[in-house]
Design a protein around this ligand. Structure first.
Ligand SMILES: [Mg+2]
Length: 235
């Protein structure tokens, strides 16, 4: 595993790369499911989780393409969830709000990621490049303030107006980092948003928890120390 070009700037994805989004999402839905007022009626938690996880990515795709407004994404995923569970949808707004509040109580780092972030930041300038709702992502960065303290730049898709893997977001991020695309390494977990997005922008990419990927600009890793060593060698 080796990078083919020197690295002069490292951008990190936030959700499911540095922070354990999937855990917080799961735990928040579980807490809502178990709440005294039973917002999901008699449906099992597994049914609720499966429905949510089939609805949410489609909602995000539509939000990314501009077909949905932010409100339609934020609240609409819960209207669709209630509909899918054949429950009245009049609580969708309240549920969306409760979900985000509960979700925030379960944020935690991915094991080893913070240490790697810090070690890499000692060697090269780093930044955060994330999709997501701006107020939610900013709250995460306030809670895990080391990330913003050590970052030269923070790029949240909603502020730019396009989401990963849109190349415009990557070129905006490169411009803000004042670094040529070929000198940037992106670290992320998503094949579509992060790997394809980076390749489309001419960046190198370290795919976290990814499969082997046969491309000179892609390395896959699962242990954070591997990434730290790789960047140290390559910067
Ligand atoms: Mg991610």
């Amino acid at each position: 595993m080796k990078l083919t070009r020197p690295v002069r700037f490292v951008y990190f994805d936030l959700d499911d790369t540095l922070l354990d989004h999937s855990y917080a999402e799961h735990a928040a839905l579980q807490a809502l499911h178990a709440a005294e007022d039973r917002p999901f009626g008699t449906h099992t938690f597994d049914a609720v989780l499966a429905a949510y996880r089939s609805i949410n990515p489609v909602v995000w795709q539509r939000y990314a393409s501009g077909a949905y407004t932010k409100h339609q994404a934020k609240v609409g995923r819960f209207s669709q969830l209630l509909e899918r569970l054949t429950l009245p949808t009049d609580t969708d707004e309240q549920l969306a709000h409760r979900y985000l509040q509960t979700y925030a109580t379960f944020w935690r780092p991915v094991m080893g990621a913070m240490e790697a972030f810090q070690a890499i930041a000692d060697h090269v300038p780093v930044g955060i490049l994330t999709n997501g709702f701006v107020e939610v992502q900013q709250a995460k960065l306030r809670q895990f303030s080391m990330l913003s303290d050590l970052s030269a730049t923070i790029v949240i898709s909603e502020e730019v107006g396009v989401l990963k893997p849109d190349p415009r977001l990557f070129s905006e991020a490169a411009a803000r980092a004042e670094t040529r695309p070929e000198d940037i390494l992106y670290v992320g977990d998503s094949l579509t948003s992060d790997v394809h997005g980076s390749l489309g922008a001419g960046w190198q990419v370290a795919w976290y928890a990814g499969d082997p990927f046969d491309h000179p600009d892609v390395v896959s890793f699962s242990v954070w120390d591997q990434l730290t060593a790789l960047v140290r060698e390559g910067s």
